[in-house]
Design a protein around this ligand. Structure first.
Ligand SMILES: [Zn+2]
Ligand SMILES: [Zn+2]
Length: 805
């Protein structure tokens, strides 16, 4: 599905229905398309091409999901092809391949070279390339380039080879039955370790009907099986797919319930029962509900019961969470309640696992889906509940096209399905809370923690005062240090939040003031000690740490700012007897280590856990009685109107990790701005207070949810082209100014991140009192840019942006 701006019309020499995938001709290639529905008669003189064939026997998208896709394309001004591609996580059925063959000239050159009397001609790389191509006609360009990097360009220039684009159909998924071909080889030590594992597994378990089970058990690849098959040690025949397993809950979930205990659903508190009753009293059909429940008030149990009721009534249920791969406990909980009915859909799955899970849902074998953002498109039929947990979380907003917001799409999906949309959070987004205030969402509350537990007591430490009194710039105040010491003495657990990964924020030259910056983005590089590298957190660029300043040659390079890696090191120095570990994106990349840390912390093997916002998200560690916020100020200074809201949410959420067990919790918040309302009100855990204060600011500054916002960015690797696009867009806005009243356009100006991943970015911010007129203006802009030759990727349009950097 291509990023074309408008749907295309084809005629079908075979029967099709909406939601079905078809292969169609598009310019001079073939492309996958989704049938949307009957089109109006094309204008005379317009040639309508014939579709080639249907890719599936039944529609992959229901009418409801086709409607949802079209809604997204319209609302977010996204090319429909991109939207449907995002909705279908299926593997492509065809792929483009470029094959290389010898030309007549090439053949002649090969003859001449091999007949040459000069050894250097005979043995040249050119001769080798031509001979290889003669033996392997139709080899891919990539392979040839890799093998003959030096000779390829020359061969191409000499017209020795021709390149042809072909459409390759992917092999259908095959399932193989595997059995041993005969008695075990008498000298098994001659086999490679992986081959030995395969043979031993087969010998132990007997023949298998589905080779994937064998691959898993033996830790092998399909290629290993083929090799053994060719060697005559095993036999491969067509097999039968085993009934697929529910997602992949086994890995890492063992830490979720210590001692392998089976958890029975807990008794509901009166407050929980009241909420559940209110949910069951909702009339059949669409309604949307915001559940505002303080941290530790038992929202998850309500979600589970509500979903179970839904399933009992013969409907299906969907729940979105921000980071499923990071919360194995949640996965385990779902599997223990719903067993085989659950499908997990998230980005941590392999392509094949996702494909399997998707089809289990499509075929109705799984009726409960737990997943991240894109699971909002799960092909469930007859959805009765769409739940969005931690609805305030910014990871629900997709930061590439189509730039949809998973939470808002969830509400629309519920509306199309006649289902209940249930949004839950301890710190609702201003958008959702205003909707609830305005009566668009029903508001339900859980104001008490389960078991009458108190919210943690919060102490704010003024770091300016601390510096005046101690004259040291140490990351821990005396109060926080004393609290941690007491924890270690009492063998209680501590969690420390610092929302900046790496060792130090950047490397500064004291002589000339230069910082080491990314070559692709306009940001400073972060120092990572473990890899001893400078890394860009936007594009992943990494480089060596210079020993002298590249600009002036000075040796006085200074590491500025503290990251989680440094805090971890400092803790180990300060508290030598304590077990210290760290959780952030760098650790999360090493999946095994990440799960081990989570599980060790839950089991009490770690005393102090330091981490970024990852540790604030939904975890339930009953042993934690102290939470420290090392610096509450990171993020407050960003030029983004949501900075205060994000800080408030993060501090409140991480404070909510303390005291979830039987002992009460304490929180120490360190800040240079103790009077900032976001910090003060988070310390009081006063959501209502924060909401009123922040809404006042948004009203004054005309920001959402008071107004509607769109971010329009002209972007290109060449600054000149970005400027050209920005100029075109600016002129368009000026030209239509009178026609769209009530829209304020700021810009053009460089975006706060003026360059990301090599692309220069020039920004317009559009604020409007009327969503309808902003939408009409943007639609005109899309149309205009299509006519002015602006490519979709050259102009980013972000409706309801979460991030305007
Ligand atoms: Zn310098
Ligand atoms: Zn970068």
């Amino acid at each position: 599905m291509a990023a074309i701006r408008y749907p295309l019309t084809y005629c079908f020499p075979f029967p099709v229905s909406p939601g079905q995938r078809v292969l169609v001709p598009l310019a001079n290639r073939k492309a996958t398309g989704i049938v949307l529905g009957p089109a109006s008669k094309p204008a005379p003189g317009i040639e309508v091409r014939e579709a080639l064939y249907a890719l599936d026997t039944e529609p992959v998208l229901s009418a409801e999901l086709v409607r949802l896709g079209l809604w997204i394309a319209d609302y977010y001004l996204a090319p429909p092809g991109e939207v449907f591609r995002a909705m279908l996580p299926l593997r492509k059925e065809t792929r483009q391949a470029r094959q290389v063959r010898l030309t007549e000239q090439g053949r002649r050159a090969l003859q001449e070279l091999s007949a040459s009397l000069l050894e250097e001609n005979k043995g040249s790389v050119d001769a080798a390339l031509l001979a290889y191509l003669d033996r392997h006609p139709g080899v891919s360009v990539e392979t040839l380039q890799k093998r003959f990097a030096a000779a390829y360009p020359r061969a191409f220039e000499q017209k020795w080879l021709s390149v042809e684009e072909v459409q390759k159909e992917r092999s259908r998924r095959e399932v193989l039955a595997v059995r041993l071909a005969g008695p075990l080889p008498d000298r098994p030590h001659r086999l490679s370790p992986v081959a030995r594992r395969i043979i031993e597994t087969l010998a132990r378990q007997g023949p298998v009907e589905d080779h994937r089970a064998l691959l898993e058990a033996a830790g092998a690849q399909l290629a290993n099986l083929r090799t053994l098959g060719r060697a005559g040690l095993i036999e491969l025949t067509e097999g039968r797919a085993r009934e697929s397993q529910p997602g992949r809950p086994s890995e890492g979930t063992e830490g979720a319930f210590p001692n392998g205990e089976v958890r029975l659903p807990p008794q509901l508190t009166p407050a929980q029962s009241a909420v559940l009753d209110a949910l069951s009293r909702l009339e059949r059909g669409f309604s949307s509900v915001l559940l505002h429940g303080v941290t530790g008030s038992g929202k998850t149990e309500i979600y589970l019961r509500f979903m179970a009721r839904c399933v009992e009534r013969g409907r299906s249920a969907l729940m979105l969470v921000p980071e499923i791969a990071l919360t194995p406990a949640m996965q385990a909980l779902f599997v223990s309640r719903f067993g085989e009915q659950v499908a997990l859909l998230h980005s941590g799955l392999t392509e094949r696992e996702r494909d399997d899970a998707w089809w289990r849902v499509r075929r109705g074998q799984a009726t409960v889906v737990l997943g991240t953002r894109s699971a909002v498109f799960a092909p469930l039929a007859n959805v009765g509940a769409v739940i969005v947990d931690e609805e305030h979380d910014s990871s629900y907003k997709q930061d590439q096209a189509p730039r949809y917001h998973g939470r808002d799409v969830a509400v629309v999906r519920a509306q199309f399905a006649g289902a209940v949309a249930l949004l839950g959070s301890a710190t609702p987004s201003l958008e959702s809370y205003s909707n609830a205030r305005a009566g668009k969402y029903q508001l339900l509350k859980l104001e008490e923690r389960i078991g009458g537990r108190k919210l943690a007591a919060v102490a704010v430490v003024d770091m300016r005062q601390e510096f005046r009194e101690t004259h040291t710039q140490i990351p821990f105040s005396r109060e926080l240090k004393a609290e941690i010491e007491a924890q270690i003495r009492d063998q209680a657990q501590t969690m420390l939040l610092l929302n900046h990964r790496g060792y130090s924020w950047f490397l500064l030259c004291r002589s000339c003031g230069q910082t080491q910056r990314c070559v692709n983005c306009s940001v400073a590089l972060t120092y990572h000690r473990r890899e001893h590298r400078l890394t860009c957190h936007y594009c992943g660029y990494a480089t060596v740490v210079p020993s002298v300043c590249p600009a002036c040659g000075s040796e006085y390079l200074h590491y500025v700012g503290e990251g989680t890696e440094k805090i971890e090191q400092k803790l180990a120095e300060l508290f030598p007897g304590a077990g210290v570990a760290r959780l952030d994106r760098d650790v999360a990349r090493r999946r095994g280590e990440f799960l081990r840390v989570l599980s060790d912390f839950r089991r009490g093997k770690i005393d102090i856990l330091v981490g970024t916002q990852l540790i604030a998200k939904g975890h339930d560690f009953p042993g934690v009685t102290l939470v420290g916020v090392v610096s509450a100020d990171i993020g407050l200074g960003l030029p983004d109107f949501r900075a205060a809201e994000r800080s408030f949410q993060l501090i409140t959420q991480v404070a909510g990790r303390a005291g979830r067990g039987n002992a009460p919790g304490r929180v120490v918040v360190q800040t240079f701005f103790p009077d900032h309302y976001a910090i003060r009100l988070a310390a009081e855990q006063n959501y209502e207070g924060f909401f009123s204060k922040e809404m006042g600011f948004r009203r004054m500054m005309h920001y959402p949810p008071v107004t509607t916002l769109a971010n329009v960015v002209a972007q290109h690797v060449k600054l000149a082209r970005a400027a050209e696009v920005a100029k075109e867009v600016g002129e368009f806005f000026t030209g239509v100014e009178g026609q769209f009243a009530g829209i304020k356009i700021l810009g053009p100006g460089p975006a706060p991140l003026a360059r990301v991943e090599r692309r220069y970015r020039i920004q317009f911010l559009l604020k409007s009192n009327s969503r309808a007129s902003l939408h009409a203006l943007l639609k005109r802009l899309v149309h205009h840019s299509a006519q002015s030759g602006i490519q979709p990727r050259e102009l980013m349009i972000d409706v309801d942006p979460v991030n305007i950097m």
